[in-house]
Design a binder for this molecule. Structure first.
Ligand code: UDP
Ligand code: MN
Length: 334
């Protein structure tokens, strides 16, 4: 197969948890036969076994230690210590051995081959579901360049970020994205966040089957759940499940348990690590599929339930358990 050695998918992980996300993302890109290089930028706090797993999945794992870099990023960081992870993300622009890259957040999952994104120019991205005149910085096409990198750092340290993160800075810097060139607007299916499902359910029913990349945007990430690999069910440890989408979440966990967990076991050996994944015996108590410490849900009419669901308050663990929702979604998507 022809491999574009000067084009790469790039992600970032500064913690072992985000590294798990990067492992699943990398596997999902490989499973869909990407012809591009895979690069993971990591921070100094990622543990050695996690780095070793990343090296098995990615072509290149590059340590980015902003505090230690002694370059403009270090200076910018001293002025704005609150923007630490953001400076690390901007380091993508220093990958000048690549002519074009697609950055993907570590909390994204690829559902089909997306190499066609490399036909787009800097800066291409999909609209943010919260403010569609801004792009979402979870998936974007860019051209590494030391010049751009320097300008981004200057903007960053002088003006800060209007949302405290990289998305604010990148939108201020590429400020004509909304108006200048429609080819730089990626279709929403390249960065589908669960939030869109609740804010516009009919559109999700119509177009959701075409999703190419899902983005687990928000406070609760897939790795905050635990997964029973035998019964293929999730156990929500988190109370705040409203911004997650169960079907995509299951896909993330299936990939983790089938392709990533064994690599982690090899690298961690006897060292304990938290996989979030269990293999219970076959006799799964149906009650276990629901969170047992939750009180039984009050009976609701289906109209009430529909309204709650559409407002993002699905009763995931009870009536709207993953199994039920999956059946329902399957029937929409057929
Ligand atoms: N990130 C990281 N460590 C952190 C926070 C973020 O490595 O502590 C990276 C990671 O690639 C993540 C991206 O920065 O996907 C953006 O953060 P996040 O996905 O949490 O933001 P959201 O998409 O929920 O706005
Ligand atoms: Mn994200």
């Amino acid at each position: 197969m022809y491999v574009n050695i000067d084009q790469a998918f790039v992600t970032l992980a500064t913690t072992d948890n985000y590294a798990k996300g990067a492992m699943v993302l990398g596997k999902s890109l490989r499973n869909h036969n990407t012809s591009k290089k895979l690069v993971a930028l990591i921070g100094p706090h990622v543990s050695e076994p996690s780095r070793a797993v990343l090296r098995k999945v990615y072509d290149e794992v590059r340590l980015v230690d902003v505090l230690d870099s002694g370059d403009a990023a270090h200076l910018a960081m001293m002025k704005r210590p609150d923007l630490g992870v953001t400076f690390t993300k901007l380091h993508g622009w220093t990958l000048t051995e690549y002519s074009k890259c697609v950055f993907m957040d570590a909390d994204t999952l690829v559902l089909s081959n997306i190499d066609e994104l490399f036909e787009r120019e800097e800066l291409s991205a999909a609209p943010d579901p919260g403010w569609p005149d801004c792009f979402n910085s979870g998936v974007f096409v860019f051209r590494p360049s030391n010049e751009t990198y320097g300008k981004l750092l200057t903007t960053c340290s002088e003006n800060g970020s209007f949302d405290g993160g990289d998305q604010g800075i990148l939108n201020s810097f590429f400020s004509d994205w909304a108006t200048a060139d429609i080819s730089k607007h990626l279709p929403f299916i390249y960065n589908l966040s669960s939030i869109a499902i609740y804010t516009y359910l009919p559109a999700f029913k119509q177009y959701g089957r075409d999703a190419k990349v899902v983005h687990f945007l928000g406070k609760v990430k897939p790795w905050d759940y635990s997964y029973d690999a035998t019964s293929k069910t999730l156990k929500g440890q988190s109370q705040d499940a409203s911004d997650m989408h169960p079907n995509f979440l299951l896909q993330w966990w299936e990939l983790f348990s089938s392709s990533v967990l064994s690599l982690m076991k090899e690298e961690y050996g006897d060292q304990p690590f938290h996989s979030g994944c269990t293999e219970s015996d076959i006799h799964v108590d149906v009650a276990q599929m629901h969170i047992s410490h939750h009180p039984p849900p009050p009976q609701m009419s289906s109209q009430e339930r529909k309204q709650k669901w559409e407002h993002g308050q699905a009763d995931y663990m009870g009536l709207d358990s993953f199994e039920n929702i999956e059946k329902k979604l399957d029937s929409f998507l057929k």
